[in-house]
Design a protein around this ligand. Structure first.
Ligand SMILES: Nc1nc2c(c(=O)[nH]1)N[C@H]1C(S)=C(S)[C@@H](COP(=O)(O)O)O[C@H]1N2
Ligand SMILES: [Mo]
Length: 390
């Protein structure tokens, strides 16, 4: 007698669920393949995200070198790319495993109870991370919490839950992915099953590919023309470069254009040196081709010309020290940034006066902005007025 048509509704439901679970899109093999792809994306995304956080808020043990110059650009590009690619994979994975959510009895052992308990933070955390991350690169902030802090805390919780999940499912996945022993001629239903499974996984992968191709244009210039979904086209904006915060939004329009502009170098209360704009222009000028690599994933290269920070420190008699670079912008989270001694003394760390041969546009930090290799865009302070020697 078949299970269907007998027993309680729950038993019948369970019998139906088992039939659904036989479908290729819900098979253990499908779930495992998607799980591995997601695991790779989430791991890369987590590590690069952690790195970006450490660079912006370095603890005492952490040292981020100024070289190779483009490493942050690559790592943050990977962070956004793996996050974007994970969106279709996560949706496909949830579809693949949804019959499991109504399995009966829901808990089969203590181990399965623990595993089930970690699914809530895993699923909710993953959805939150991808949703809030995509919002952030699209410059749409529908929430009122501070994005980086929330994104980071949830990442730790989600990765913890993921570690438990992987530990619990590793054996299942190994069995599901093992080659099927050839016990006689393969039946046509086996073949159909494999074809549908590949089609389902292929559709998810194609979704990732399309999303990636239409967003990496924000950092890979040759693809910017197909960057339909790229929230920022890197070459639109003043002087063919994206603008993060405009001079008007930063409230520096008057101060930046004032003839009273002075760059000061100081330490505590002591003023070590003062430069007018003409004096800065008269100092030895250096040119460096460096990217602005925003944490939001867009990046763009430009040729910057200006005065080496180390030359300014030398003129102020400051020696080899770390420096806090301060903007004339009064408020705002990103009005200042820190240079380690190594960064401050790198030959390509400049207070730039020109970009691509033209005086900086107000929106790019006129009269003077910091540009330094291997740093997040958020640490490339614009409208610089003071160097505080540490
Ligand atoms: N003073 C100041 N400098 C700043 C910012 C800011 O808000 N205030 N934003 C930073 C961020 S997040 C980025 S990505 C870069 C962008 O530089 P751009 O607008 O010239 O492209 O400037 C950085 N410098
Ligand atoms: Mo940025």
């Amino acid at each position: 007698m078949s299970a269907e048509g007998t027993g309680s509704p729950l038993i019948r439901l369970e019998a139906r669920r088992r039939i659904v679970e036989q479908r290729p899109s819900h098979s253990a093999r499908t779930a495992s393949i998607l799980g591995i792809a997601l695991g790779v994306c989430f791991s890369v995304c987590f590590l690069t995200g952690l790195l970006s956080h450490l660079i912006q808020h370095p603890p005492a043990w952490f040292h981020w070198p100024p070289r190779p110059a483009g490493l942050y650009r690559l790592s943050q590009g990977l962070h956004v790319a793996t996050g974007v690619a994970a969106v279709p994979l996560l949706l496909a994975k949830l579809y693949a495993v949804y019959p499991k959510f109504w399995q009966w009895p829901p808990l089969r052992s203590v181990g399965s109870a623990i595993e089930r308990a970690t699914l809530l933070p895993l699923v909710a955390g993953s959805l939150f991370l991808l949703f809030s991350g995509v919002n952030n690169i699209d410059l749409w902030y529908p929430y009122h919490f501070f994005f980086p802090a929330a994104h980071r805390s949830v990442a730790w919780i989600t990765m913890g839950a993921l570690a438990v999940h992987v530990g619990y499912k590793a054996a299942t996945a190994r069995t599901a992915l093992a080659p099927v022993p050839a016990a006689g001629p393969p039946s046509s239903s086996d073949d159909d099953h494999a074809v549908s499974r590949r089609a389902f996984i292929g559709a998810a992968a194609a979704g990732s590919g399309i999303l990636l191709a239409t967003t990496v244009g924000q950092t890979v210039a040759p693809l910017s023309r197909v960057g339909l979904l790229a929230p920022r086209a890197p070459h639109t904006g003043a002087q063919g470069l994206s603008v993060n915060k405009t001079a008007a939004a930063a409230g520096v329009l008057d101060a930046a254009r004032s003839s009273d502009y002075r760059l000061t170098v100081g330490r505590g209360r002591a003023v070590l040196a003062t430069f007018t704009l003409d004096e800065l222009r008269a100092l030895p000028q250096h040119r460096a081709t460096l990217p602005i690599a925003c944490v939001e994933g867009w990046s763009v290269n430009a040729a910057w010309t200006g005065v080496r920070v180390r030359d300014l420190l030398e003129r102020a008699g400051a020696g080899r020290r770390a420096v806090r670079v301060e903007s004339m912008q009064r408020g705002g989270r990103y009005r200042a940034s820190e240079l380690t001694a190594d960064q401050a003394h790198d030959p390509d760390t400049l207070l730039a006066l020109l970009v691509n041969g033209e005086p900086l546009h107000l929106d790019h930090g006129y009269p003077v902005r910091l540009i330094s290799p291997n740093r997040p865009g958020v640490l490339q302070t614009k409208w610089v007025a003071h160097l505080e020697v540490r």
